[in-house]
Write a protein that binds this ligand. Structure first.
Ligand SMILES: Cc1cc2nc3c(=O)[nH]c(=O)nc-3n(C[C@H](O)[C@H](O)[C@H](O)COP(=O)(O)OP(=O)(O)OC[C@H]3O[C@@H](n4cnc5c(N)ncnc54)[C@H](O)[C@@H]3O)c2cc1C
Length: 401
């Protein structure tokens, strides 16, 4: 059996796991990351078409741990978010509210980056670090917490002793299963179709969330070479029972559909990529911590993709854990012990709960086919648009301020 000693084990080499690992390496810790899948070679890379709107607190964190300069070139600034309601009878936007970065005294709300760019760059950055051990095509089978450390054994018969396990192995977490931590799950019977479009009009660095029953359709601008046209990534939420597969599997039909679904806001649209499918759920683990273990990101909380809250909430988990670790190290205190876990739980529980609740309610409001609810959506947007104080409060909440 191969045996390693390290400070922290991160289970899961997805976006959250890698950002977490990189931030801890920045603090001088040794980190082992265990990833179930093999890192695909460049040419075979599975095409996750999702992009992530990283809000400015997340970008600040990237700067803080010295990695933002690696993403800047491919990041599309987001100067405003326009939330609109589509009137299905006339196929036109009937109300909207635009949230400008300058309303909060900042230059950009954030930046949009393709998920695969974030993962590829992080992997490249870390593989050269002496403090980083990457174990791919492996997973944890056994966990034994002890007074001063925790011992894990993997499927490939590797043993690792460390101070802390960070479970970032996603919504179907194996660590959560091993530790018998229960979860609650809410299924919206919705799915998100994700694809990229080219559109006639310039997006002017604006992101759009266009509401209609069945859920929102979100357009987030993508950075493209100059003079090559205007591109956005689309997240289209539809009812699971929607049987329009004939439209969704035909790029030409989908292009016409999306031009209409977006109320022609960016002119004619052409679908320029494959279409990915994601089931929409809310899910929460019943605890964020267990002996010498922290549940992070989607292992702890899954949110519907509204208002770019998912990964941004996870980055707040990471930032809080990073700051807590930094403080402990400065004071020559241990990481991973009971007090450490308690502090983390206190830092995160309230924000995660309030964020999950508000995104859940917003999604329920967006799905409803009830005419009264549709009027509420319209009224709400007009109200926010004309009421500076409420608008600022809503923005501050959305931006984690
Ligand atoms: C359509 C859509 C659009 C979205 N848009 C945004 C957005 O604009 N902004 C935003 O903030 N968020 C957004 N989100 C949310 C965001 O994409 C997710 O929060 C994020 O991708 C989850 O990352 P993760 O690292 O937590 O989990 P994952 O990406 O699921 O990573 C988990 C990793 O663990 C590995 N793994 C699984 N099991 C094991 C095991 N047993 N052992 C070891 N490794 C294992 C997996 O292979 C994977 O690499 C969106 C989500 C969806 C569905």
């Amino acid at each position: 059996m191969n045996c390693y000693n390290t400070d922290v084990v991160v289970c899961g080499g997805g976006i959250s796991g890698l950002i977490m690992a990189k931030s801890l390496i920045h603090l001088g810790l040794r980190v082992a990351c265990i990833e179930k899948n093999k890192v695909p070679k460049q040419e075979n890379r599975i095409n996750d078409l999702r992009s992530t709107a990283l809000l400015y607190p997340a970008v600040d964190f990237f700067k803080n741990i010295g990695i933002w300069q690696n993403f800047e070139n491919q990041a599309q600034p987001l100067n405003s978010l326009v939330i609109c309601n589509l009137n299905p009878q006339v196929g036109k936007i009937d109300s909207s509210c635009e949230f400008f970065a300058h309303d909060l005294g900042i230059n950009t709300l954030g930046y949009n980056l393709p998920n695969k760019v974030i993962i590829e760059k992080l992997q490249k950055l870390m593989m050269t670090s002496e403090r980083f051990l990457y174990l791919e095509e492996d997973y944890v089978e056994h966990i034994k917490p002890r007074s001063f450390d925790v011992v894990i054994k993997t499927n490939k018969k590797i043993q690792i002793n460390s101070k802390l396990i960070i479970a970032a192995d996603g919504r179907d977490s194996n660590i959560r299963e091993i530790l018998k931590i229960k979860k609650i799950k809410y299924d919206y019977n919705q799915r998100a179709l994700v694809f990229n479009i080219k559109h006639l009009c310039n997006h002017d660095s604006k992101s759009y969330e266009i509401y209609k029953s069945e859920g929102p359709c979100t357009l987030v601008p993508l950075k493209t070479k100059r003079f090559n046209g205007h591109f956005s990534s689309v997240v289209l939420m539809i009812d699971d029972k929607n049987t329009n597969d004939e439209i969704f599997s035909d790029k030409k039909k989908l292009s016409n559909f999306i031009t209409q679904r977006t109320g022609n806001i960016l002119g004619d649209c052409q679908v320029k990529s494959e279409v990915n499918n994601f089931p929409i759920i809310s899910q929460a683990a019943l605890t964020l911590t267990y002996e010498r273990t922290i549940l992070l990101a989607e292992t702890a909380h899954v949110l519907p993709p509204i208002g770019a809250q998912g990964l941004n909430t996870s980055i707040h988990d990471i930032k809080n854990l990073f700051q807590l670790t930094e403080k402990r190290l400065k004071n020559n205190l241990e990481i991973g012990d009971f007090e450490f876990l308690k502090d983390y739980k206190n830092l995160r529980k309230k924000q995660i709960t309030s964020r999950m609740l508000s995104v859940h309610l917003l999604n329920k409001l967006s799905i409803s086919k009830n005419e009264v609810v549709s009027d509420i959506r319209k009224f709400g947007l007009n109200f926010l648009s004309n009421n500076k104080i409420s608008k600022k409060i809503a923005m501050k909440f959305g931006m984690f301020q």
